[in-house]
Write a protein that binds this ligand. Structure first.
Ligand code: TPP
Ligand code: MG
Length: 277
């Protein structure tokens, strides 16, 4: 039985600001889930999500999929635990840039090494939005906020460069305004076996400042495979005045966490999901 998009709505009152990019991302995620449920012949109960704390975390309130609403920064370990507990689940995570690249950065680094078959979506508005606009690791140097009235003094973290350098299995960037492309990237990430990471650039309408300018400098990468060096060069185009690449930067097909663990004698003895018993 296929999933209807209406089945994926909780009916909860939406409290995102009018025009927030999260509306488009939520809608793209629903479409991708529907496609993947048909492609993999799985049901709504076969999806599991983890969400962080912040505006992005409200995905948990609005997307009718089971899972865990986490502590700030702990989306990835929850997804990893979910996958270990039940390797058959299609595990999705929604984190913020503050959530993933600040408090959760160690989990992000280790996920690339562990390579669990999960899909991590980072709502990167370059700001702690829910707590009213403080700088995060991806905020640009000079970014002004109530907490940094003279401008942020620190340089920005380049998350895609970190991900590629760390051999993350699937690395992509999208913009929810490019709706069809976003759906396509989400679907490819969910089909990918391994740690799929998508950085979703999405200016917060209230606190991100001049991030809207990204529309003028955006361009899309072709679908070709890239070597690590080529992907690193593309990832290095970050905070450049005149260009910002989008699309799939890097794919590295390598052994997943489940594939490595399947040879453990305890799993051979007790089968998948032995943690549940
Ligand atoms: C452990 C912990 N640290 C800090 C907070 C405070 N806090 C709640 S939401 C938030 C901002 C989240 O920013 P981000 O992850 O970028 O998400 P956004 O709101 O921008 O989507 C912070 C710092 C918290 N709730 N828990
Ligand atoms: Mg944020």
């Amino acid at each position: 039985m296929t999933i209807n998009e209406s089945d994926l709505s909780t009916g909860a009152e939406m409290t995102w600001c009018p025009g927030c990019y999260n509306f488009m991302l939520l809608s793209a995620v629903k479409k991708a889930i529907k496609t993947i449920s048909e492609y993999k012949d799985i049901k709504r109960k076969d999806f599991s999500m983890a969400a962080g704390i912040g505006c992005h975390g409200k995905m948990f309130d609005y997307l009718n999929v089971g899972g865990v609403y986490n502590l700030h920064g702990r989306v990835i370990p929850t997804m990893v635990g979910t996958k270990i507990g039940n390797p058959n689940l299609e595990v999705l995570g929604f984190g913020g840039d503050g959530d993933t690249y600040s408090e959760g950065i160690s989990h992000f680094i280790h996920a690339s090494r562990l390579n669990p078959d999960i899909t991590m979506v980072v709502h990167n508005n370059k700001v702690f939005a829910l707590t009213t606009g403080q700088a995060t690791p991806t905020s640009e140097k000079g970014f002004k906020s109530k907490a940094q009235p003279e401008g942020h003094t620190e340089p920005s973290l380049n998350p895609l460069e970190l991900a590629v350098a760390n051999n993350t299995s699937f690395v992509a960037r999208t913009n929810p305004k490019e709706f069809d492309r976003t759906i396509n990237i989400l679907e490819k990430a969910m089909k990918w076996e391994g740690f799929s990471y998508i950085d979703v650039i999405m200016p917060c309408r209230k606190y991100s400042g001049n991030m809207e300018l990204m529309d003028e400098k955006s361009y899309w990468l072709d679908d070709e495979e890239r070597t690590k060096d080529e992907a690193l060069k593309k990832a290095a185009e970050w905070n450049k005045k005149d260009k910002l690449p989008f699309g799939i930067f890097y794919r590295d097909k390598k052994e997943t966490m489940s594939e490595r663990k399947k040879n453990l004698s305890i799993l051979k003895e007790k089968g998948d999901g032995w943690f549940q018993t």
